[in-house]
Design a protein around this ligand. Structure first.
Ligand code: ADP
Ligand code: MG
Length: 335
């Protein structure tokens, strides 16, 4: 018997899709060990691992195995995936052959690819079909990528932003830039430190950014959060405005726009009509920020499509490929 699943691993979140069941897991790409991680004693993975941050004894280490889009700690990555699979399947997968579609970052080297393959073999996946995450994103957004028209897709994640022009089931141009939500969180942290002499945890900042973050300079939302008042050296509350977040994160969205512009410039001018008619498609968690549509519309004067639930587009696309044999075969002939 064969079980079919799909896995995408981002800097911030890992997702697993099971044929027939849909997306069954979407959790932080994180693992916590008891003591020295080298001993391999797993304490928790995903949400539970993140919850231990700053709240457990020094004896626990929390690791994010993916940095800036790429696996930087293969051992931790393998342990994390293996725990996720155990959580989902024990003991149901016993005796099954597992076929999996897995997402890869764009522009991966042969050595990096080997790291992925090695992990997938170790966690017991028997058959691997590897497809670029940005491609999976386009499939997940239901773009007709098999057509000759050029489709422009941007995925703003936690560690990187991937940008590509896709046509005839092929990535014609693609790149990734090291800008993502994590970097923006750090920028907000530094901004708040500089302006208010107030220290906020990165977890609190993600929450603020995801709740009131906005690219509108006239956004009046605000939020009261707790942190440490450095002047008085005591825990305290701070009222933070959407415009404070905007000041800190705007430069990064502008750099993403620069990246998009360079990909547009690198493709043939013949696709101008495709761009004007189809526009740009934005997905990934970072595209949820309020005002992205306006910012990008002003910059590019083409239709801007910011997709709802864009952080799920890659895993959804991978899941879709599991059942779309025609599309899958077409992709495989191009890879
Ligand atoms: N409303 C929002 N505004 C701005 N950023 C957001 C919002 N929602 C999620 N994010 C950011 O999106 C990133 C996670 O996106 P995701 O696509 O899951 O990342 P990855 O695939 O790289 O793991 C995080 O940095 C998170 O803070
Ligand atoms: Mg993503």
């Amino acid at each position: 018997m064969t079980a079919e699943l799909a896995i995408t691993m981002g800097t911030t979140n890992t997702a697993i899709y099971v044929a027939g069941n849909g997306i069954v897991l979407y959790e932080p790409t994180a693992i916590a060990y008891f003591g020295d991680p080298k001993l391999g004693k797993v304490r928790a993975v995903g949400k539970e691992a993140v919850a231990l941050l700053g709240r457990s004894s020094d004896n626990t280490s929390v690791i994010y195995p993916i940095t800036d889009g790429y696996i930087t700690n293969p051992e931790a990555c393998k342990d994390m995936l293996s725990e996720f699979l155990k959580k989902l399947f024990t003991p149901k997968l016993f005796g099954y052959k597992i076929k999996a579609i897995v997402g890869l970052p764009i522009g991966i080297t042969i050595e990096e690819r080997r790291i992925y393959d090695d992990i997938f073999a170790k966690i017991g996946l028997n058959e691997i079909i590897a497809v670029e995450n940005i491609y999976l994103t386009a499939v997940g957004l239901n773009l007709p990528i098999h057509s000759h028209k050029m489709h422009f897709v941007v995925n703003i994640g936690g560690g990187i932003t991937e940008i590509s022009a896709i046509s005839s089931s092929d990535i014609v141009k693609g790149c990734s830039i090291s800008i993502g939500g994590n970097m923006m969180d750090k920028a907000v942290r530094d901004y708040v430190l500089g302006k208010f002499d107030f220290k906020l945890s990165l977890r609190t900042i993600s929450k603020i950014k995801e709740t009131i973050g906005s690219l509108y300079s006239n956004d009046t939302s605000c939020m009261t959060v707790t942190g440490v008042d450095l002047a008085r050296r005591v825990p305290g509350e701070l009222r933070i405005k959407a415009t404070d977040i905007m000041e800190a994160i705007m430069p990064y969205y502008l750099r993403i726009a620069d990246g998009v512009e360079s990909v547009i410039k690198s493709v043939s001018p013949d696709v101008g009509f495709d761009l004007i008619s189809g526009g740009l498609h934005f997905a990934g968690g970072g595209s949820n920020v309020l005002g992205l549509n306006k910012l990008m519309s002003e910059r590019f004067s083409v239709p801007i499509n910011v997709h709802a639930d864009g952080e799920f587009s890659a895993i959804y696309g991978a899941g879709k490929l599991l059942s779309d044999v025609v599309l899958l075969n077409e992709i495989l002939t191009k890879h």
